[in-house]
Design a protein around this ligand. Sequence first.
Ligand code: M6R
Length: 617
Amino acid sequence: MCGIVGYTGFQDAYDIVINGLRRLEYRGYDSAGIVLEDGNNKLEVEKTKGKVDDLVRISENLKGTSKIGMGHTRWATHGVPSDRNSHPHLSNNDKIALVHNGIIENYDTIKTMLTEKGFTFKSETDTEVLVNLIQYFMDLNTETDFPTAVRYALNEVYGAYAITVMHEDYPGVLVVGRLGSPLAIGIGEKEYFIASDASPFVEFTKEAIYLEEGHMATISLENGVDIRTISENSKIEPEIQELKLSLEQIEKGGYEHFMLKEIFEQPKSVHDTMRGRLLVDEGVIKMAGIWDHIEKFKNANRIIIIACGTSWHAGLIGEYLIEEYARIPVEVEYASEFRYRNPIITDKDVVIAISQSGETADTMAALKLAKEKGAFIYGICNVVDSSIARITDAGSYTHAGPEIGVASTKAFTAQLTILTLIAFKLGKHNGNLGNADFMSLIAELEAIPKRIEDVLSSTHELVQNIAKDFVNATNFLYLGRGYNYPAALEGALKLKEISYIHAEGYPAAEMKHGPIALIDENMPIVIIAPKRGHYDKIVSNVQEIKARKGKVIAVVNKGDTQVSAMADYVIEIPETSECFSPIVASVPLQLLAYYIAVYRGANVDQPRNLAKSVTVE
Ligand code: M6R
């Protein structure tokens, strides 16, 4: 949700900012802008609606002109994507420039106050209000220096933000602040980097400070990084962390899109999720986060899983897993609904938050609410040190590696892997999963990366061919039962978000309660029909579809005959225990969505209107 890059040092700031914006474009891509300090302490701004490439077209003349600057790639909240609404925004006196990720909720009240004082506004954004509030505090008392004015302004606003600010009378200085949106400061040799995540500076330094909630920092080559609390101006000792991220991880590695690369990374990412946790020879699952708090789980009245989007689908499968193997009641909630419906939560509840980015605003707010009410909070996040990971009482990282394509793929299968480990571990511990079953299940789990690898090689070409036949489809139904009902929801979400084809997921048996009315010869229906898991019932569902001439794309186990005989297209996956089938079945569904979108000419990694991490409500 908007990407911020800043730089001060000895290199060309234009190159660092532009290359950094390209890496952060997954966060938002409806407009982009840059500001540099020219040699004469003047701020040079270029900004435009569109992508970073569009920005480069209008700004290349700035290349080589400055050693300090900042840029922004936008996901519109206040005001349509337009040149005027793009960041950076300048104050009325043209001296201060600001880039912002997040929402200033009380911007209207402040705008009214500033308007009464004579300020004017060129854009519809909340950001322009904030930059003028900083000018207002500097005008009010000429003794107020730039960082202090930023602090005063931040104390007046509420909402969520990560900001970077420059002032032309303070050459070489960048001021940053954060509340609710992430911001990292890269520490190099005689240079500093600022970015929404570490990817823009990973090739320059491995040392970073992740700015904490409610903190701001003044950064200059002369005085280094001075961190303060926004509320009290108390000095904070910086905590420098070593980055694990590598350049290779954030590049496409020969694939046409990040999404395809990430689909193909799944044998490795699922393996990485299990590494050091699943010890089949010893017959144990080691998860310190669970083990250290086992009493909490053992005595829990129930587990509540909160998440959004794909992570919510993983949560639904988590419910099936934990209820089946650990026999602990589970409820799965959309974070955005949970937080506003006055839920009943007690200190006997365990709340599990699932989030790839660890920054999703709805999930974060729901977690905070649950924490206030005394629940034990467990996080399943992919991004290390993300905001959600940091506020939980305990948790497990999925270790899937950076996921850059907006459509989540490898993070989903990694989330399922963690949930499977948790379910088996709890079940073994509380005696609901006997030793023989436990041993056989964990041996099967260990082989899942190999199963995914097999599916990728046996279905890749086939799915590409199937996709060609559905390029002009306008609707899709996805059906599954049991564990594969959420897998059907996820298949439908993948298709709609990247191809813009309307797609619905349903439990297969629900079809007859409504969606069956949609079925005719033009309706493609993807049906997940593995042998283990209500197969006979699914056979009947397929018969009902074929009686109405629907086009069936069936995901079945190798050697299947009944469903395959009726289906128009057959995709075979290896047979597994039912609980593992969503991991394996999701892979061809990801490929199907990917290739349909590619053949429709859609921008797969940056689908319209979406962003990778949704840091606004
Ligand atoms: O980072 P999170 O897992 O919290 O994100 C939740 C959703 O925004 C995310 O899964 C979204 O639905 C994806 N675009 C799905 O592909």
